[in-house]
Design a protein around this ligand. Sequence first.
Ligand code: SAM
Length: 238
Amino acid sequence: MTWLWYVLAAIVAVLLLYWTVVVTEGTYLGTRAVVMMYDWTARRYNSIKKVRPIYEMYFLGAPLSERLPAREPRVLDVATGTGRLPATLLDGAQHPAIVIGVDHSLAMLEEAVTALGSLDGQAVFVQGDAHRLMFKDNTFDAVTCLEALEFMRDPRAVVVEMMRVLKPGGSMLVTNRIGWEAWLFPGRYCRRGRLEALLSELGMQDIDTHRWQVYYDLIWAVKPDSGQSRDERGIDEA
Ligand SMILES: C[S@@+](CC[C@H](N)C(=O)[O-])C[C@H]1O[C@@H](n2cnc3c(N)ncnc32)[C@H](O)[C@@H]1O
């Protein structure tokens, strides 16, 4: 019967390896492991994701544009990857925005620069860690982070950093992992209601969850304002 134990142990080891490397993409091995995974897959990332510009515009670009002030809006996209958010935002921009995309993976950023580098200073990409954003407090009109929080070493710290650099009254957009896969990320703010609870605990307002994909919800939230009206901040009333 000893051989049976060996077989069982081998199956468990393979499953554990699959969960660690493929399913959670190195999340529980630390930031370096996650970044290494994305460095490896950067060239294939866009073809794996197969994003459709029309859906990107409907769910991301257009609603984000509506939340931005008319005058020189500045947007930060944390864990920007290959520049998905900057691409849709600038595609539909009614007024010129400046979007800064931060990511830890140089290979992902190289793909973003190849795709959007021609936008003449409107899309800027910098390498950095989402846990320590290199920007002053209250800098951006909107801060976004798509499909990435669950891979971070300390998602709460990342959300706190995103809040810090967001202007009062500015909008935050984050995604929350849902569906059965969310159960494979223990200890993370996955599953419906968890990320919303964190945002509320941190003092964010107008928290609004939208269904988006099978495995992700979109969550919008607003940083408490100092009392300025939307008009004073240059945002058109719908
Ligand atoms: C699934 S991709 C999402 C990319 C993009 N937001 C999108 O929706 O296509 C996750 C991204 O998070 C980045 N990332 C992971 N940990 C990071 C960290 N600590 N700081 C900055 N970026 C990080 C990875 O390099 C990768 O580009």
